[in-house]
Every structure is written in C-alpha cells, then in structure tokens.
Write a protein that binds this ligand. Sequence first.
Ligand SMILES: *Cc1c(COP(=O)(O)O)cnc(C)c1O
Length: 360
Amino acid sequence: MTIYNFSAGPAVLPKAVLSQAQAELPDWHGSGMSVMEMSHRGKEYMGIHAQAEADLRELMNIPANYTVLFLQGGAHLQFAMIPLNLLRGKASADYVNTGEWSKKAIGEAKKYGGVNVVVDNADRNCSYVPAFDTWKRDANAAYLHYTPNETIGGVEFNWIPDTGDVPLVADMSSNILSRALDVSRFGLIYAGAQKNIGPAGLTLVIVREDLIGHAAASTPTMLNYKVHADNDSMYNTPPTYSIYMAGLVFQWLKQQGGIAAMEQANIAKAKLLYDAIDASHGFYNCPVAEADRSRMNVPFTLKDAALDGDFLKQADARGLLQLKGHRSVGGMRASIYNAMPLDGVRALVEFMKEFAAKQG
Ligand SMILES: *Cc1c(COP(=O)(O)O)cnc(C)c1O
C-alpha cells in the first residue's frame, strides 16, 4: 500500500531525498563518515553547507544584498529575535493578525517593544485575509510583520503587502519555496524547516543586510543576527544534519524544475482538493474565503462531526495519514506541501468521495 502523509509538520519529505540520505548515511561520498559525524569546520561539511546556501539562493533568486542564515530555535525563536534585532531604537512595530501564528508572534514581540496590530480577521473567525486598504499602519513602524500562510487556519496571502520604506517581515514557515517570490520586497523572511524544507531543528532566515547590526545592547549573543551573519551561520555548531537534508531537498527542487514548476504542481493539487470539497454538496466544508484559501494547508470539516472518527480511521486504513485537524479548529486538515505528489491528493479525493457516498 502506498502511504501518503498529510501532516502539517514535521511533514512529508520527497521519497528520493530519503533514499539518497539512506544511501549516504554511514559513509558520505567516500569520506568514511556520516554527515552527522563530521566536524562543522572540516572541508566536507563546509562544502555541504556552502552548496545548500548556493542552491537556495539560486532557487529563490535571492539578491546579493541579502544574508542567508541557518539557525536553530524554530520559528518561535524568531518571534523574539525579530523585535530584538529589528526595532532599532524605534518605539513599535506593526503586526497583522490573521490567526494562531500571528497571535503567537504578537505575544512575544510585546515583551520587547510596542506592538501596533494593524488589522485582524477575528470578525469572521480568522477565515480570510483583510483587504490592505483597511490596515491601520504606522508610518514610523520599525517593520511590519505578517504570516503569509496561516498553517492552522489555512489562510494564505496571494499578494504581497506594499509597506514602502517600512521593512516587511514574513513568517513563511509553511509556504516558503511553494510559489514564485520576489525576495527584494521583503526585509526579512523566516521559516522553520520542518514543513517545506527538511527535518526539524533548522530555521531559515533571509535578511536584508542593512537590517543586520542594530540589535539592542542586551541581546544575547546567540540571538544577534550579526553574530551569525559574521560567522556564516557557524558561530557555534550548526544543525549540520538538518542542513545537509535541506540541501538534498534544494537539489530535488531544482531537479523538479525549480519553484515555478513547484508552484504549478501546488496549484493543481490544491484545485483538485478544493474542487472535491466544493462539489460535495455540503458534506465537506472549507471555512476559508475562496480567494484566501491556502495551497499548502487545507482545513475542512464534515457535515456531521460525529463522523470524524470514522473518517480518520478509514483514511488511515487506506494509507492516508495524519489528516486530523488542529485541536483549535477541529475537523480535518490536509497539508499538501511540495513533497506531496499529485497522486497523494488524488487518493485522498477518491477516498473522500467514496466516504461521502457511503454516508448517503
Ligand atoms: C509551524 C509554524 C510555526 C512554529 O514553528 P516552530 O519551528 O515549531 O517554532 C510558526 N509559524 C508558522 C506559520 C508555522 O507554520
């Protein structure tokens, strides 16, 4: 039976990447060592590290005046590092609140400075992206933070806010590398690796150079972007194996035709699933406004929540795993990241149709 894993994160990785990692596990390229056993200062690992960064730069077309950092601590640590490094003596920053992850970023930022919540979408249960002309922005904000893809709510921006001279900061943990992106529109992009990049333990930060070097004086050394930038992300031991795995994923993405090809595949997968939900005559329902539906995380409920248990059990038996929705939303959630093949979504849609038909 073919298994398809719809976990929101840590999430599915490309089969080809897992096989390559398996083959290389005990002895990387004849070095006699596993990547896990290599000194991070040795030439083998330094090569892996540099190649991963070069491939990422190529994939995302990252301009030369942006620094790529391989950090730890997850997206959660960025919720603190961003205000610590980017407030730069200013009184406050703008935050867009579109759901659970926005709220967490806001809560943490409040410890370090003023937070101006420019807009929220609570009036419709966090199910849409509020129009830009309704945002109450502060022209003196140190930066504007938003969450382009709310992993739990399944709400995704299909546009990039134009904040002028105010640096735009984006938590792309769940949609980085899933669509074409003009990096130059952003001051800083960050992402925990475990959704669309690789294993947990690695956090990616892409930051415009002029925003580095202004951390508050009391900032811990390890939380200062400048320390990591000056040391090529090797101030201390980096998460070497996670970076190696991310590098394999970057090479896989290039083999698939890069981000543009990935985006087309992601559009096709999402359409297939949303169409099935919408054609179910209300048996399945997606609560998200049509224009703002995520291509990566598809939440849906069953008409009768009493059927949730049966749905999950039967899905499991068919090899369709980890479909249970987030506890705060309920129902189901299918995460269909880059590594989820179209066949996986086909199998899910087929099962959903059968299940609905059986319930009559
Ligand atoms: C998963 C997720 C996080 C949390 O990531 P950690 O790496 O576990 O800290 C934050 N933001 C978004 C959008 C996420 O999807």
